[in-house]
Design a protein around this ligand. Structure first.
Ligand code: HEM
Length: 413
């Protein structure tokens, strides 16, 4: 049926009328890992013929990216970024021409964070209310749904405030419903479509939806951190230590705001995770370009780290490091050595950098604890030994130009 629909669409292909609901519906019905060959080949034909000649319009652009995401396993290109459909999301990046516009980037980040949070909470509520039959395996109990609403609202609160939006209700479930309604009213048709296309779980476990959205949310955060840290490096190069300190402080605050995402993900049912991860082999956040970009803007990774799986899994970032990308550590030390910082500036910037480093250490520690809980002794999907790898990398210095905080307390998960 869907293949016939696609064939008739191919007779007069218009990206705006692509049968999104039918195709995504089939992916959702069985999980990406189990989509039949007939549909995969029909989608590959769409990509090769119709889209190859489609005009460069936003709909065609989104559809091309969707097909690359949907066909990743068939193409043998399946990995972390395609698993979480990262290319479909409008994440502000370090290569954007307007990246110096810190305020604009923060707004875009806030809007995307709110859209992703409202979407995941909306799915939890729809499922609890019996309004959807999507991803029916192992739904959470009512208490877990309440917890998910509470944690999601904690992450949303600062972005809501910056956007001038108010959630009046104090109880988690009605407040979460309000969040969904408020954000839904602001989304354009295209944004709604992108949200739908960017959710392609490999299986039909209820909790995989949460897992994918949380990964997307953290990626959005890492990308914002990279932008803010790069702005700090640029500002230091221009002798503007105040802006540098402000940018590093912004990076720290953004990462702190995201921390309750770990509590949200901590509600994932271990059995559910262990079931769907059987089909995610080869997709691991060790391939997160955004995370490694953040790390390598802070300082140049040590040679053993650079030649390890941490960086061979993110070849573009490794290339950038080998080409000698500018780092915050270097920028700070040269400004200091050249006597370009007043005592006040040095202290303010040093403090912001120490705070940021401590926050990232805390992130790593919390991530490690969550991984231990979810994985136990199992190896990682990125082919490391799993928790053992994370234990060894969690204490790597974030920055070396400022003395590091030795006390690392993780967040509750
Ligand atoms: C169920 C939850 C999670 C588990 C069990 C888990 C497990 C792991 C494991 C075992 C690794 C090592 C590489 C591998 O073999 O796969 C890893 C790396 C990593 N994970 Fe997670 N993870 C989880 C959630 C997350 C989340 C939500 C993020 C946020 C994006 C994340 C980001 C990362 C990053 C950036 C690395 C690379 C660390 C490095 O190379 O230093 N993880 N994770």
């Amino acid at each position: 049926m869907i293949v016939e629909e696609l064939n008739s669409w191919l007779e007069s292909p218009d990206p705006a009328t692509f049968p999104v609901d039918a195709v995504v519906g089939e992916y959702h019905r069985v999980g990406k890992h189990f989509v039949g060959d007939e549909l995969l080949e029909a989608l590959a034909r769409v990509r090769a013929s119709a889209l190859a000649h489609a005009p460069t319009c936003p709909d065609a652009h989104v559809l091309r990216r969707f097909l690359d995401t949907a066909l990743d396993k068939r193409d043998g290109r399946y990995e972390y970024t395609t698993y979480i459909a990262l290319s479909l999301l409008p994440i502000p990046g370090v290569d954007d021409p307007w990246r110096a516009d810190a305020r604009g980037a923060l707004r875009r980040r806030d809007q995307l964070v709110l859209a992703l949070l409202a979407d995941v909470v909306g799915f939890e509520l729809d499922s609890a209310d019996g309004h959807t039959e999507l991803f029916p395996e192992m739904p959470p109990d009512a208490g877990t749904v309440i917890k998910r609403c509470r944690h999601a609202l904690r992450v949303a609160a600062p972005a809501l405030e910056r956007e001038g939006l108010m959630i009046a209700d104090l109880e988690p479930v009605p407040a979460a419903r309000e969040l969904c309604a408020t954000i839904a009213a602001r989304l354009t048709e295209r944004e709604r479509r992108v949200l739908k296309l960017s959710m392609l779980p490999v299986y039909v476990s209820h909790d995989e939806y949460l897992f994918i959205r949380v990964l997307q949310l953290f990626e959005t955060t890492f990308a914002s951190l990279a932008l803010a840290l790069l702005n700090a490096v640029d500002a230091l190069g221009e002798g503007d230590a105040a802006t540098a300190a402000e940018s590093v402080a912004l990076a720290g605050a953004t990462l702190r705001e995201s921390a309750p995402l770990f509590s949200l993900l901590g509600t994932m049912q271990v059995e559910s995770f262990r079931t769907f991860r059987a089909f995610t082999d080869g997709a691991s956040a060790i391939q997160s370009r955004n995370y490694k970009t953040v790390e390598s803007i802070c300082r140049r990774p040590d040679p053993d780290r650079l030649s390890s799986a941490a960086y061979t899994s993110t070849p573009e970032v490794r290339e950038r490091v080998l080409a000698g990308n500018a780092t915050l550590d270097d920028a700070f030390m040269s400004a200091y050595a050249a006597d370009r910082l007043t005592t006040d500036e040095r202290e303010a910037l040093g403090e912001a950098m120490r705070e940021f480093a401590a926050t990232l250490q805390r992130w790593r520690h919390t991530h490690y604890r969550l991984a231990v809980r979810m994985l136990g002794e199992r190896t990682g999907t990125g082919y490391t030994e799993g928790a053992g790898y994370l234990a060894s990398v969690r204490s790597i210095d974030v920055l070396r130009s400022v003395s590091r905080s030795d006390v690392v307390v993780s967040h509750a998960v």
